[in-house]
Design a protein around this ligand. Sequence first.
Ligand SMILES: [Zn+2]
Length: 227
Amino acid sequence: MVGDVTVSSYYFPFSEQGGQAALQASAEAVSVYSNRYGAYPHKTLSLVMGDFNDGMEYSAFFYLSRDFYSLYDGTPANYLTFVAVHETSHQWWFEQVGNDQAEQPWIDESLATYSERVYYENIHPDLINWWWSYRIDFYKPQGFVDIPIYDGLGFRPYTNAAYFQGAHFLEELRARIGDEAFFAFLQDYLAQSRGKIVTANDFFRILKEHTSTDYSDIVRQYFQNIY
Ligand SMILES: [Zn+2]
């Protein structure tokens, strides 16, 4: 239980340790994101061990690859933990704030990836540097954040750009405008966008309402379109 939200983890008996760890991380993430972003919109969240090679989000529900359970090492420094909290954050970025996932996939995926960092800084702050190097910079991410999936990039160049460069963009933006403005923006972005399908223009319009600091050089560095 996280407040009045019931979090359930479904797994096979041979993955007891991972199944419990994914449950713990997801419950912690519901608490962190409720505090940082806004309320969780459902009374339940179910995470289910899946037989395909990644995580996948749905409403109040997500799959986690069985491979993450197999590789789980008993610590929070692994794929099981950060993909569990990534998929949990999609209950804010995708489930509450919708976007065109083909034309502007960065809108939910950059925030979901950055939410992994927000989870670690609140629950396991000693692992922030590990997360940046193992999860993000190991792949030497490059490319523009705002690519459509139709650009024909493979899985790695696509995730490098939309997810990992997206996380770097949000980190630089946060450092530039400050924590207070950054999280006030995210809370207002959620409040104004809840139940809607937003575009990049909405993201930057609401951002502008929360800071007078010039961040245009960061946008030019990370985006191919002009915002
Ligand atoms: Zn995602």
